[in-house]
Design a protein around this ligand. Structure first.
Ligand code: SF4
Length: 439
């Protein structure tokens, strides 16, 4: 749907984990053009890596949620010592996140990790970087050069810090859209990134991805656009320190969708101060919504409710989501609608749909009515219809997205138990209290 920016391609993982390709479009090492890989979803564990059992449990949860790649922090020797057992017990590519101590990278490579992340803000010594490059080359694994707004500016050396903050970057095409502070920051980031990448180019090591994260969505867009114009490496997108899920989701999606729709970005990590499973779920939903990944599992459509509602639709939608997420694997469209105003239209485009009336709901499968049932039976019946439909799809008896019949809207008075006037005026009795926090 969106034309992707061609990049070099990297491979993460092995036979056991499956190989995740990141980026593509430019010729590979054999000179042949590569095909851009689907945009992948990454996340990072929130627990301690040295706590092997918990770390394995968390990685497996994240993989089950759909993470293509999982990163773990390795701040101490005891973390890298845990890696080989963690790798034994997991089957998703693992990235070791290394800061400050290049030896952690060497230890992680030795343990068999599938990719290394280095931060140019805190591992700068050329010999140390060269040692990591050589180890990764020997192991056949890539490196992500991960620039981060929070760690790019010199902090220890006061004179250097002053110089860095005073630099002005004239060549950046993005500076015109940024304030002076951000233009300076972008200048520094690009200058340091170019300098850092020279180490890799001089070592003839091209198995590299780049990230350039900020906590500011607009700056993130400007920074990645600048990086994408200057480098052929695949890009790992993310807004760093995006905050709690409630606001972090908006900030992350604002930046990432802006970039992805312009063809920039080959793998994404959404970061929340919350369970990383949400990062995976939201990353996948972003890619599905933009048509950048083939959906796995249900696409749920639901109305926001209004004064016409006569069932507890908020609870129903949450219950449907939870049930279907664990039981349905084919990408069927399921609609849960509150009334006949938009119900028939949405239900016609869905594989399985329910639209509600006064304490009841009518269920449709590809436009064909299969049940008219009381509110308390809707959840179980909808799930049963979804499972039956899934079985028919898997057996080749039904096709996803096929409209079998046109829906004739039911009589709101008789079949749905709602009065036309009541619906039109919004003067309807609530069947159950809605779970709205009114404070
Ligand atoms: S009109 Fe009906 S379908 Fe639309 S929001 Fe209101 S209850 Fe939902």
């Amino acid at each position: 749907m969106f034309e992707r920016r061609p990049t070099r391609q990297i491979r993460v993982g092995n036979e056991k984990t499956g190989v995740v390709l990141i980026g593509g479009g430019l010729p590979g090492s054999d000179g042949k053009p590569t095909t851009p890989a689907p945009v992948s979803v990454q996340t990072m564990t929130a627990g301690y890596t040295y706590d092997i059992d918990r770390c394995v449990t968390e990685i497996n949860r994240l993989a089950a949620a759909g993470a293509d790649v999982v990163r773990v922090a390795v701040p101490e020797r005891k973390d890298t010592e845990a890696l080989s057992e963690i790798l034994n017990q997991t089957s998703v590519p693992i990235v070791a996140d290394v800061h400050f101590h290049f030896k952690r990278a060497l230890e992680a490579v030795e343990a068999g990790v599938h990719k290394i992340r280095l931060n140019p803000g805190n591992i700068q010594d050329r010999d140390q970087v060269n040692a990591v490059i050589d180890a990764c080359r020997d192991a056949g694994i890539p490196i992500r050069v991960g620039v981060n707004e929070g760690s790019i500016i010199e902090r220890k050396d006061k004179q250097k810090r002053k110089e860095e903050l005073g630099k002005f970057f004239e060549k950046s095409s993005a500076t015109g859209t940024l304030g002076a502070k951000h233009a300076h920051l972008l200048a520094l980031i690009i200058a340091k990134l170019e300098e850092y990448m020279e180490i890799f180019y001089e070592r003839d090591f091209l198995d590299v991805a780049i990230s350039c994260k900020s906590m500011d969505a607009a700056f993130t867009v400007a920074a990645y656009k600048e990086v994408s114009a200057r480098f052929d490496e695949p890009l790992h997108l993310g807004v760093t320190h995006a905050g709690p899920k409630e606001t972090g989701a908006i900030r992350s999606i604002a930046a990432l969708s802006g970039l992805l729709t312009q063809g920039v970005g080959d793998t994404v990590r959404i970061s929340y101060a919350n369970d990383p499973v949400y990062e995976v779920e939201d990353g996948l939903e972003l890619l599905y919504s933009l048509g950048l990944r083939e959906r796995e599992g249900v696409e749920l459509i639901a109305c926001p409710t209004c004064g016409r509602i006569q069932v507890d639709l908020f609870t129903l939608v949450q219950d449907v989501r939870a049930k279907l997420a664990s039981e349905i694997t084919v990408p069927m469209k399921v609609a849960v609608m509150g009334c006949v105003v938009n119900g028939p239209g949405e239900a016609e485009g869905a594989d399985v749909a329910v639209f509600a009336g006064d304490r009841k709901g009518i269920i449709y499968v590809q436009g064909e009515r299969v049940a008219n049932i009381p509110e308390h039976e809707i959840l179980d019946r909808l799930l049963a219809e979804c499972l039956t439909f899934q079985r028919r799809v898997l057996d080749g008896e039904a096709k996803l997205g096929e409209k079998v019949v046109e829906i004739v809207p039911p009589d709101p008075i008789g079949e749905l138990g709602s009065g036309v006037e009541k619906i039109a005026s919004g003067n309807v009795a609530k069947a159950t209290g809605l779970t709205i926090n009114e404070t």
